[in-house]
Design a protein around this ligand. Structure first.
Ligand code: ADP
Length: 481
């Protein structure tokens, strides 16, 4: 713009200069006509041209500077109030300036609008990425060239690729599974007018059931023109759900089997009593005793099942307090002393003099020691020995409790399973009655409720040593006071 003005004003200056030259020539011709000295004529003409040039140059320079200032900083309104001889040019320039300013303002608004849109789109993209990342289901989005444009960590885990580097790569390169690739390709070919494709597929090693069963849903994303712009595929891993439902049905079948055993026994003895098969009082008393013991077993079984499921569901009430494991060990020994005596088993305690306090639920911890001690007595032949040890481990700041017996011991392949629900060593089922839930409950109480550890060392035929450790207790203020 300024260049244009400068060239217009430059032209005007040249015009003025030419006018000056014309005037000077006229003057010279007039002078010569009157017989003057030609050198005076030349000098007079030069002087006239110079004076006119300097004066018009100064005037033009001032006008140019004023115009430039107005164009750069003003709103153009003062342009029309310039020198009279420039007014028509200046008016045109003023209109041009106004149009230019309006165009510039519109352009700025559009630029800001675009910036805002870009920011909103960026936020939207980040939100979508965050949603994808928190999803447990695997998600893969491909463009119409079947290149990956987005995928989440779950997809990476399930299909074995790195989502951070997968973008832009063809799915044929990233996804090894043929069936999944076929589903995605067919979804794109089918286009937008069909229902999402649904199916199930087995990913990974299908031969030994080591693969992952997945539910697949694949559909086309539509652009503004209603055409397919991408293929979105979601994979839902069914393995965990199937595992849980299998565990549930196993639990139900094992629980009903365990419940049926004492119930059948009770029913048989009750029937015998009803039918008058127990003819003498001693036999009747024996039947009553068996029914009572089966009822106790049934009650124990139901209690254990309830406690385990409450702990697993996280709804068990825990009554935490500072507990001295020394006291709990003594009390457990006292409780089980009569049973041990019946089998001529000697009970011992080896208890550290100090540092045996823990913070926990006294009843639950008591139950663990009683379970371990009762197992020690049950699976130790007559004349054996069971020892309860309580140690303070200052290094790990935990209290270590062990119940060691000189009993049957457990083979390594059985030892792996003793803490599982309903597990019982096959050969020992005749040795003692049990529920197969006692050790599982102990593990839940120690690991889940008290954040401790539980374990077993055993040699077949040489005895077992069951142990657990729980963190040392901090004395709460009210106890310390
Ligand atoms: P149970 O009520 O059957 O004793 P537990 O869960 O307490 O259930 O124990 C599971 C199984 O572990 C027992 O049935 C038994 O076979 C084995 N077991 C537990 N303690 C001992 C032990 N001290 N010596 C040998 N075997 C044991």
């Amino acid at each position: 713009m300024q260049t244009v003005i400068r060239s217009i004003l430059g032209g005007l200056a040249l015009g003025t200069l030419a006018l000056g030259v014309g005037l000077a020539t006229l003057l010279a011709v007039g002078w010569l006509g009157f017989g003057g000295n030609p050198w005076f004529v030349v000098a007079g003409a030069c002087l006239t041209v110079t004076i006119i040039g300097v004066v018009s140059g100064m005037a033009m320079g001032g006008a140019i500077r004023g115009l430039s200032r107005e164009l750069e900083h003003g709103d153009g309104s003062r342009l029309v109030s310039g020198p009279r001889w420039l007014r028509s040019v200046l008016r045109a320039l003023n209109e041009y300036q106004v149009r230019h300013q309006q165009g510039e303002a519109a352009w700025r608004t559009r630029e800001q609008d675009l910036e805002i849109r870009a920011r909103v789109a960026d936020d939207g993209r980040m939100q979508s990425e965050a949603v994808l990342e928190v999803m447990d289901d695997a998600v893969i989005v491909c463009n119409t060239l079947l290149e990956i444009i987005s995928s989440n960590q779950a997809a990476g885990r399930l299909l074995g690729f790195d989502p951070a580097t997968a973008e832009g790569h063809p799915i044929a390169e990233i996804v090894k599974d043929h069936t999944l690739r076929r589903i995605i390709t067919e979804t794109l070919e089918a286009g937008v007018d069909v229902e999402p494709r649904r199916g199930e597929l087995m990913l990974g090693d299908c031969s030994n059931m080591g693969g992952n069963a997945c539910e697949v849903v694949s559909a086309c994303a539509v652009d503004r023109q209603g055409r397919a712009s991408a293929v979105v595929t979601v994979l839902h891993d069914l393995s965990r759900e199937r595992e849980i439902s299998q565990m549930k049905s196993e639990f139900v079948s094992k629980a009903s089997h365990e419940l049926r055993t004492p119930l059948s026994s009770m029913r048989a003895y009750v029937e015998m009593l009803v039918d008058g098969e127990a003819r003498d009082e001693d036999t009747r008393q024996e039947f009553y005793r068996i029914i009572q013991s089966e009822t106790d077993r049934l009650a124990r079984l139901v209690d254990n099942m309830l406690n385990i499921s409450r702990i697993e569901a996280g709804i068990i009430e825990v009554d935490r307090d500072v507990v001295d494991m020394h006291d709990l060990a003594d009390r457990a020994v006292q409780t089980l002393e009569p049973h041990a005596r019946e089998k001529s088993i000697t009970l011992h305690t080896e208890i550290a003099p100090v540092g045996t306090m823990v913070c926990g639920d006294s009843d639950m911890l008591q139950q663990v020691i009683v379970n371990l001690l009762s197992n020690g007595i049950k699976y130790t032949p007559e004349g054996g020995r069971v020892t309860v040890q309580v140690d303070a481990d200052t290094l790990t700041r935990s209290v270590h409790v062990a119940v060691a017996d000189t009993g049957l011991g457990i083979a390594p392949h059985d030892a792996e399973h003793v803490f599982e629900k309903f597990f019982r060593v096959e050969n020992y089922k005749r040795v003692a009655k049990g529920t197969g839930l006692g050790l599982n409950l102990c593990r839940h109480i120690i690991e889940t409720v008290h954040q401790g550890q539980i374990g077993l060392e055993s040699t077949l035929g040489m005895g077992s040593r069951f142990w657990f450790s729980v963190p040392m207790g901090q004395l709460p203020a009210r106890v310390a006071a």
